[in-house]
Design a protein. Sequence first.
Length: 466
Amino acid sequence: MKLQHSMKALLTYSLSTFLLKGIGFLTTPLFTRLLSIGEYGNYSIFTTWVSLFSVFIGLQVSASIPTARIYRENNNFDLYLRNISVLSLISAVCISLLCILFRNTLTSLLKISQGLVWQLVIQAFGVSCVTFYSTYTIQTKQAKKNGMFSVLVTLSITLLGLLFVLKAKENKDTARIFATTLSYIVIIPFVLKKFKTFDKKKINYDDWKFCLSLSIPLIMHLLSNIIIGQSSRIFLKALINEDKAAIYTVAATVASITIIVADVCNNVWSPWYLENTKYENNEKINEIAIKYMNIIALIFSLLIIISPEIFAIMAPPEYKIGNRSVLILTAGNFFVFLYRFPLGFEQYSKNMKWVAVCTIISALANMGLNYFLINSIGFEGASIASLISYIILFGLHEVVARKIIKNYNIRFRDYINAIIICGIFFFLSYIFLDYQIIRFVIFTGLMVFLIYKVLKDYRNVRLDQE
């Protein structure tokens, strides 16, 4: 795959990933002004529960798609997708019935009304289906289909949400939730039909076994990741108030720009890395990896420097307390980008049990750090807890890939420059947070340097399998 093709794919994935995973970012300036802080806080807590349920409601079968693409032939791969979509649907139906049966317990535990329980289930399975289709198009390198699907999903959720909120005279948080539910009611059948879920064909239970061996550990991994990413707002609501949870949510939304950047690049990197690992092109992998890490570190640094200004645009003045948290959360997200390198090797090795162990340890550390730091230093403690947790997560995955699975094909020294680059600009941004002119000068200089590096070092990069 030549660079020209890769850049076209990168641009398409940039748009589609930003739309799918950046819905919260795109609509934040609107909804922070249309909803009260309390309503925005309640909505953000509901979306946290949706994220949590979406991990296990479909058994996370999409997590097995990248590995299955490497180890299965084309015809078998198509049948595999159909079989695991059936497995996902069966899981969703069973969990839905359990939620309906124990709805009183759920409403009490999650602090939501009974009317929101069924919407929680639908939205969670909708997220699972969107992830399934997106993963399929990414791994089969169908960038255009991925982009079109992302646009349709984003437009339906965003426009319906805005329409319902504008029409609601009260309980605008509930109106926005209902609009999202309606969108997923349309999206779910589309995805299931695409993968012929309802065809009357015999199920290959070996496919289920293969899938579950990869997806079950990923369930624990993603649940723990959600705890790291979302538990801070729950602790803030419990230990301080829902207003602080809302402010932290907006700060995390702004910081999530960097996660979107990481997702975009991973969409191009992941299939290329898996294929080249299969053919043992280790020298080429390291050659590309070090360039890749450095350029992403520069992009992260630019976003760190400018994140306070983005935060000011995204929210009214009463949210200003979240300025420093944005910087800290953005720096933490860089380690989310880094840990995906060893994670990719663990996926290729079909050795996923340690993935869950690493993330569970990090999640437990996160909860302990949240409780201790929020009680000790207040609001900012939540973002510091997330930063430390992601550093722990990265370190644990490195140990697993290098020392337990072994033969990990990316050198550790490839990370060093990238970490130093990001660290320097984080500390400069933190020190000069209240000095916009200084940060603007740093941003401009770094932008010029980034353009120079791209033109000088990356124009001859070829992502092929030679």
